[in-house]
Design a protein around this ligand. Sequence first.
Ligand SMILES: N=C(N)NCCCC[C@H](N)C(=O)O
Ligand SMILES: O=C(O)CCC(=O)C(=O)O
Ligand SMILES: [Fe+2]
Length: 346
Amino acid sequence: MSLPTIDISPFLNPSSTAASRKQTAQAINTACTQYGFFYLTNHGIPTATQDHIISLARSFFALPLSQKLQIKRHDAGGPEGGDGARGYQPMGDNVTAGRRDMHEAVDWYREWDHAAKTEGSGGKGTSAPLQGTNLWPSEPTDLKDVYEEYVKQVLTVGEAVVRAMGVAIALLCNGEGEVDDEVFVKSTDMSFWVMRMIGYPKLSSSVAPSESGSTAADMENEFSCGEHTDYGCITLLLTDPTPGALQVLHKDGQTWINADPIPGAFVVNIGDMMERWTNGLWKSTKHRVIHRGDGYRVSVPFFYEPNFDAVVEPLGACVRKSGREPVHQGSTYGEHLLGKVLSNFY
Ligand SMILES: N=C(N)NCCCC[C@H](N)C(=O)O
Ligand SMILES: O=C(O)CCC(=O)C(=O)O
Ligand SMILES: [Fe+2]
């Protein structure tokens, strides 16, 4: 079993035909209904740029801990402010489902000043934990410039994918009433994006997940990143070539599929907000990382998320198409994100 591939070029190229866009949209429907994960090709970001992003990440993680700690994140903010969940998180600090993940990471978010459209959420309030300024390492010296340029490029790709997803959902729910095929574009036009640079040492334990008789130490060493769903709209994942690390849960709920990297392609998956909008027609699929292969693995997921203030609720046509009650009564993406971020640390 392997994941489908989506050619996004019809949504990036202004002279593409309606037929080619429809073909891409239909392929997205199949991929998101069956897997919630796919490979994305013809996205316009050169392989050399992707390789540069990965090699800078590798150089950063190879630095002495004391140097990495210069941009350490201390907390997820709070009423007195903090670093807004931005900065370096040492090995074992991240927690998924109550267990330590065996990875280290740096997070950057959209700068807060521009994140909120309204006065209310721009002030200190419930959003305080995410207000802060990005922390950039002084080494590698060109990391900040290269990553900031990459953010601009990957935002263009994210926009094209959610545009295609709007067309896809309108096709899928055709006949179930009005569907605004720009709904995802409008709700992400100030995307409160997150970029995360992750380093994974090879796990030392040889115990398989949940094998009985494993000791406490083994358990701590079981997952590079425990099983979870992503929080928002879509994730555009870039990784080094290490195979066998990222695993995606098949919708049978039992089989883990290896999402091995394909050179030049992004691994894309949908997050919780996309599942909510589509009332479960598309699934925010569980995935995990177990790195027992060779070498130190690095990845850089880019989370293309809704606006902080976007109200996300099931679309009427999707509710009718699904034949189910609405899966959620609606809330802002910011509220959903805060609930996640505040429970993410050891
Ligand atoms: N989607 C993001 N930001 N990915 C990092 C998630 C790792 C899972 C997280 N600790 C959790 O418990 O959900
Ligand atoms: O490193 C990877 O391959 C995936 C990471 C991931 O799932 C996440 O950070 O949300
Ligand atoms: Fe993830």
